[in-house]
Design a protein around this ligand. Structure first.
Ligand code: C2O
Length: 540
């Protein structure tokens, strides 16, 4: 194992996309930002220096951060933000993980442009559990707004309504030739006949679940969220914000150019950015300026293609081999049901929205961001920052997926955490609600991977549904899509002391309050407690 040093200068950079320019927040002037390479077991030190006028914090999405919650990154949860002119060294060791993850800003909407890949290779000499691909490439999917994203969100907060949708999707930073700027080039992956390519696909978009497809080529899926799965072939993958998916593509054509697309998946009746991002798989020897070599195109799935999404998602199974066994908790200490969804609250000061605003909640609690980081309050015993009374079940039992809620929903707001003892096992059912409209919610848990043991439509039935749970080889992830008008059940072991954020990875839902935190107490053993904070931890 070795130590890897990185320096992240957070700087403004003038960037042109969709035929217009704007100044964006970047790391080292790059969009997307630099890739972090490490091996399982390495110690990674990233010095982040804030040269912009915004507060900044960076999250290493999917890194377990065993006992090092101080390096997790969500602003006001595990650290105070890095203020303009300040810096902070994120210091963590990669334990028991290998694969593709990503990093992103974790404050306001900065992650729109402040994100990049994390590639964790297996320990030296340890092979992949599938044939080694000849080449590898990172493929980051994201969104682009022509206007300033901070302005977009501030306007939404002021009005109480939904924000403007983005103007385009991007593949490795480029929308490609799309109708609102047809002449621009897109990302090009050069391939050679007979070689295999592992694409590390990352969805870094703020608010859009995406389909990803390559004309004329099948993909073999080998890993999601940095956990190995049983390989299978597919035409299309679906990937939610916060998720990563490794696929192997066999370049089995003689020559030519093949379209690579990222298009939206949304099975709820809401406005989405419908612009398909376009990249090219380009065989060597194919002249790019030869007009006779036309781009082989592919049809994109319609945005409400739920069966295509389900076919893909239902095929995901843990590899569960001798070397990589699935460790699904069987005996459960906490059996929880959390409703996730949107609601309407009065808002006399709102300029639009008829005196009401959209809010979001978990178990009818709209999370209020604290002004001191929860982890600091927990570690130093600072009182009055949070309460440990987050409900383990909905305060009101009703038909969750109907659009007519009861008159009194018992809604509250507050900075509430749910407390777990070290090594407790948790079964958590995430139930979508239809109060405004059913919608898919990619829920991300910091500090842990979990197993997705069950999934269904309608209301979760605790008497019937557990009989169909997969406790043998369920997929292991850090972000799971709660189906629109349905539920998922996950299980995890609380073997990581600290305060761990859980939230919808659609950034607008997080902004509206669809977030909470688990507090995991120290264990009694020698390596079972949160380490002390680093000296340079930012102050609020
Ligand atoms: Cu990738 Cu708390 O997020």
């Amino acid at each position: 194992c070795r130590v890897r040093h990185y320096k992240f200068n957070v700087v403004m950079k003038n960037t042109t996309r969709l035929c217009s320019s704007k100044s964006i927040v970047t790391v080292n002037g790059k969009f997307p930002g630099p890739t972090i390479y490490a091996r399982e077991g390495d110690n990674v030190l990233i010095k982040v220096v804030n040269h912009v006028k915004y507060n900044v914090s960076i999250h290493w999405h999917g890194i377990r951060q065993l006992r090092t919650g101080w390096a997790d990154g969500p602003a006001y949860i595990t650290q105070c933000p890095i203020q303009p002119g300040q810096n902070y060294v994120y210091n963590f060791t990669i334990t028991g993980q290998r694969g593709t993850l990503f990093w992103h800003a974790h404050i306001l909407w900065l992650r729109a442009t402040v994100h990049g890949a994390i590639v964790i290779l297996p320990k030296l000499g340890v092979p992949y559990p599938f044939p080694k691909p000849n080449h590898e490439a990172v493929v980051i999917l994201a969104e682009w707004w022509k206007s300033d994203t901070e302005a977009v969100i501030n306007e939404a907060i002021k009005s109480g309504l939904a924000p403007n949708v983005s103007d385009a999707h991007t593949i490795n930073g480029h929308p490609g030739p799309v109708s609102n700027c047809p002449a621009q080039g897109g990302y090009k992956l050069n391939v050679e006949q007979g070689k295999t390519y592992m694409l590390r696909v990352i969805n870094a978009a703020l608010n859009e679940e995406l389909f990803f497809k390559i004309a004329g080529h099948k993909m073999t899926v080998v890993e999601v969220d940095a956990t190995y799965i049983k390989p299978f072939q597919t035409d299309t993958i679906v990937i939610a914000p916060g998720q990563t998916t490794n696929v192997i593509v066999n370049a089995n054509k003689n020559s030519g150019k093949y379209m690579v697309v990222a298009s939206p998946f949304m099975d709820a009746p809401i406005a989405v950015d419908n612009v398909t991002a376009i990249a090219t798989l380009h065989y060597s020897g194919t002249l790019s300026n030869n007009p006779s070599t036309t781009l082989t195109s592919t049809n994109t799935p319609p945005k409400n293609a739920t069966p295509i999404a389900n076919n893909f998602l239902d095929a995901l199974r843990s590899l569960n081999s001798k070397k990589y066994p699935a460790k699904v908790p069987i005996k459960i200490d906490h059996s929880l049901l959390f409703t996730v969804g949107l609601g309407i609250n009065p808002c006399p000061s709102c300029k639009q929205g008829n005196g009401s605003r959209v809010v979001a909640s978990i178990n009818n609690v709209t999370f209020v961001m604290p002004t001191i980081a929860l982890l600091q309050a927990h570690f130093s015993g600072i009182k009055g920052v949070f309460t440990a009374d987050f409900p383990g079940n909905p305060p009101v039992v009703y038909n969750y997926t109907s659009t007519t809620p009861p008159a009194n929903m018992g809604t509250t707001s507050g900075t509430k955490v749910y407390k777990l003892s070290y090594n407790d096992t948790v079964q958590l059912v995430l139930q979508d609600t239809g109060i405004i409209a059913p919608e898919n919610h990619p829920i991300h848990l910091h500090g842990f991977n979990f197993y997705q043991v069950g999934k269904g439509l309608g209301n979760y039935n605790p008497k019937v549904d557990p009989k169909n749970f997969n406790l043998v080889d369920p997929v292991e992830r850090n972000t799971v899509g709660v189906p629109s008008g349905g539920w998922v059940a996950i299980r995890f072991r609380a073997d990581n002391p600290g305060v761990w954020f859980m939230h919808c990875h659609l950034e607008i839902h997080t902004t509206w309050g669809l977030k909470m935190a688990f507090l995991v107490e120290n264990g009694k053993g020698p390596n079972e407690s949160l380490l002390p904070p680093p000296k340079d931890l930012p102050k609020c």
